[in-house]
Design a protein around this ligand. Structure first.
Ligand code: ZN
Ligand code: ZN
Length: 430
């Protein structure tokens, strides 16, 4: 038997209804913030990611699904969303359009990593990007957007963690300090940190290796090396957050594992998910990204949010989404024992009635196999039908049907032509 590849997951009904709801929430919150959706290919030229995410990052070094197509092009299933959005932003001339430009995406990302709770090799991600604003107001806007989504999903008590990792102007001096600090103990650090010391020393700060963690505990912090512009941005960002009553904490070791980040980096955490997996979303500024891709200097800020993780959190939160599996009307119409012609007329009426209810927006179903009355009532139960309409032989002959409310328990006989009206009337009352 062929199974789905390791690290992928099938979303089956009724669970899929939760996804529809969740995707509705993120789209709705994005709409309220005036972000427009952008839909992009799931694979890109590998170079896009090595140039933006960074040659020496975990993502590019270890986690990408890279392949050659039949003409030998080097392609990669996108491991994250921002690089592709930036590529499209530039390719379609948005840099010379009205700015800021606010875009969101929703789709699969691919990373070859050890599968664990809420983390898959193909996972669904929602993300937003603001291009063309250097203002810390835009940092705050994307942060509150993420917080609003968490709130809509019943996740109270989220924690915002912030850092600033400076810009190319001030990072040089900081890197030197950091390398000088790490060098004496470099032999005690892990292989990754050793090989990255000279070209990506920042990564040592969030290394998961226990020995490395101890060694970098008192390492110099980027915050102490910010240039005047970065300092001003950082101070104003915190001022705005305080003025609108958003609590945050500063984590000097927060660097996010992607090269394109500049200045602000942030994570939104939700502690009930546990210490290892409490991060709901992460993001920051990427003021040099568009230039890196050959475009004009256009600053940007955004975040990416793993949706499997959001669902996992939602299940532990105050407003767990209900799985689907509910319909408005089930029409019970068992096969007749009597005349053939009568039954055909009744069958035609069944189809007509179902279609007219559906056209009125009601989710409606019936048994195409037309099993016994008892079997059909069981089906109606299993589908959680709010109403059952019984097209029985005797009632039909006298031009009427029975309508039963499964929630309230009543049943009444109504003329054939008034089924819809009676359901709509009852539906409005409950
Ligand atoms: Zn700077
Ligand atoms: Zn390390």
């Amino acid at each position: 038997m062929i199974k789905s590849p390791r690290g992928t997951s099938d979303v089956l009904p009724p669970e899929s209804a939760k996804w529809i709801y969740l995707e509705g929430i993120v789209r709705e919150v994005a709409r309220r913030y005036n972000f427009d959706e952008i839909r992009l290919p799931t694979f890109e030229h590998s170079e896009l990611f090595s140039r933006t995410v960074g040659e020496t990052t975990d993502i590019v070094e270890k986690e990408m699904y890279t392949f050659k197509d039949k003409t030998g092009r080097d392609l990669t299933l996108r491991p994250e969303g921002t690089a592709g959005v930036a590529r499209a932003f530039l390719e379609h001339g948005m840099a010379s359009g009205p700015l800021p430009r606010k875009l969101y995406y929703l789709g699969s990302m691919f990373r070859y990593e050890r599968p664990q709770a809420g983390r898959y090799r193909e996972h669904r991600q929602f993300g937003v990007e603001v291009f063309g604003s250097l203002s810390p107001y835009s940092d705050v806007e994307v942060i509150t957007l993420a917080m609003d989504i968490a709130e809509e999903l019943g996740l109270t008590g989220t924690e915002l963690v912030l850092n600033s990792i400076g810009c190319p102007k001030c990072r040089g001096a900081y890197r030197e300090e950091l390398i000088a600090y790490l060098s004496p103990n470099i032999d005690e650090m892990c292989q990754d940190c050793r090989s990255r010391l000279t070209h990506n020393p920042l990564r040592a700060l969030d290394c998961k290796n226990e020995r490395c963690k101890v060694l970098v505990k008192d390492a110099p912090a980027s915050l102490d090396y910010l240039c005047d512009e970065c300092r001003e941005h950082w101070d104003l960002l915190r001022e705005i957050l305080t003025s609108v009553g958003i609590k945050y904490s500063v984590d000097k070791s927060l660097v996010r594992g992607i090269d394109y980040y500049t200045r602000t980096v942030f994570e939104l955490k939700w502690p009930p998910l546990g210490p290892a997996g409490s991060t709901l979303c992460g993001g920051g500024r990427y003021d040099g990204l568009i230039e890196e891709l050959g475009g004009p200097p256009v600053p940007g800020v955004g975040f990416g949010m793993g949706l499997e993780r959001m669902l996992l959190a939602n299940e532990k939160g105050e407003k767990p989404i209900k799985a689907g599996g509910e319909i408005d009307v089930f029409i019970v119409c068992p096969k007749a024992g009597g005349g053939q012609e009568d039954d055909l007329r009744r069958e035609a009426h069944l189809l007509e009635l179902a279609r007219s209810l559906r056209k009125r927006g009601l989710a409606c179903d019936f048994d195409p196999l037309r099993r016994s009355m008892k079997a059909q009532m069981k089906q109606a139960d299993r589908m959680n039908a709010r109403f059952v309409v019984i097209l029985g032989e005797d009632e039909f002959r006298s031009g009427s049907v029975a309508v039963r409310s499964m929630r309230e328990g009543w049943q009444k006989t109504v003329p054939l032509g008034e089924v819809l009206a009676s359901i709509e009337e009852a539906g409005q009352n409950g």
